[in-house]
Design a protein around this ligand. Structure first.
Ligand code: SAM
Length: 246
């Protein structure tokens, strides 16, 4: 696979990524996940598109063994630097579209569009969902039978309802293009194009089933405010919870 467009964004952002408000609710999110993943103490968790590792580290502090994967070298380096000696958390650079894990994890998470929903690009063919299917298939395969997946995805309803001036929404592909600027640690701005595939609860359930998973819930959430809330058109993300059948 060629270089992913997010790698340039991550190279510029570096640790300034962690200044975005959507990264500030990590502990609330992880407490909610631990409850709803049904993880036993010491369980193994895969964090796909882990970024600088904020959820992986928080899970590690709660005693879980975590492997974080991300396509960005820069983010993987930051995640490793922030890992305390002896923590049960490791990180590796990997492309989520071609995951290599097989029946190894009790839980798989992919949050704040950690790869799922970030595979489209402006000039791609009309198959924007296919790379996301590959990501979901790989996450399903990584789960042990009986293991559980939790992933977040942009809500198509909310995205369209609150379309910003910097956004343009491709109704055919379900992809939002945002032309914006990102600021690095030194405060220097660089232009950035972000392509985020947006989903409906129905699509998420159908995709989960196509990946061999049993969808259990789709909830409406906001970063830092994860809750078992029925799908609505007000919250920016959906949280899919699905199980790999035993
Ligand atoms: C918005 S960040 C979310 C990071 C982290 N999950 C969090 O909640 O802070 C999206 C992450 O997905 C990663 N990513 C995007 N496409 C990927 C792919 N194909 N394989 C692995 N990681 C990918 C990016 O490098 C980035 O770190």
């Amino acid at each position: 696979m060629g270089r992913h467009w997010f790698e340039d964004v991550a190279d510029h952002l570096g640790s300034a990524y962690l200044r975005y408000s959507f990264t500030k609710g990590t502990d609330q999110e992880v407490d909610f996940l631990v409850e709803h993943l049904g993880l036993a103490p010491g369980a193994r968790v895969l964090d796909v598109g882990c970024g600088p590792g904020r959820h992986a580290h928080a899970l590690g502090r709660r005693g879980f063994e975590v492997v974080g994967v991300d396509i960005s070298e820069r983010f993987i380096a930051l995640a490793r630097e922030a890992t305390p000696a002896g923590a049960p958390v490791t990180f590796e650079r990997a492309d989520a579209r071609v995951l290599r894990f097989d029946s190894e994890f009790d839980g798989v998470i992919s949050l704040c569009q950690g790869a799922f929903g970030l595979s489209a690009s402006g000039d791609g063919p009309l198959t924007a969902l296919d790379p996301d299917r590959a990501v979901l298939d790989g996450m399903a395969r990584a789960l042990k039978p009986g293991g559980r997946l939790v992933l977040s995805a942009f809500s198509a309803y909310c995205q369209v309802r609150f379309l910003g001036e910097a956004d343009s929404f491709d109704a055919e592909r379900g992809v939002n293009h945002e032309h914006t600027a990102v600021r690095n640690e030194a405060g220097r701005e660089a232009p950035a194009d972000l392509w985020t595939t947006c989903f409906t609860p129905r699509e998420l359930r159908l995709l989960a089933e196509a990946a061999g998973l049993r969808p259990e819930h789709v909830w409406s959430v906001t970063p830092g405010d994860y809750a078992a809330r029925p799908p609505d058109i007000d919250h920016p993300e959906f949280l899919l919870v699905a199980t790999r059948p035993s």
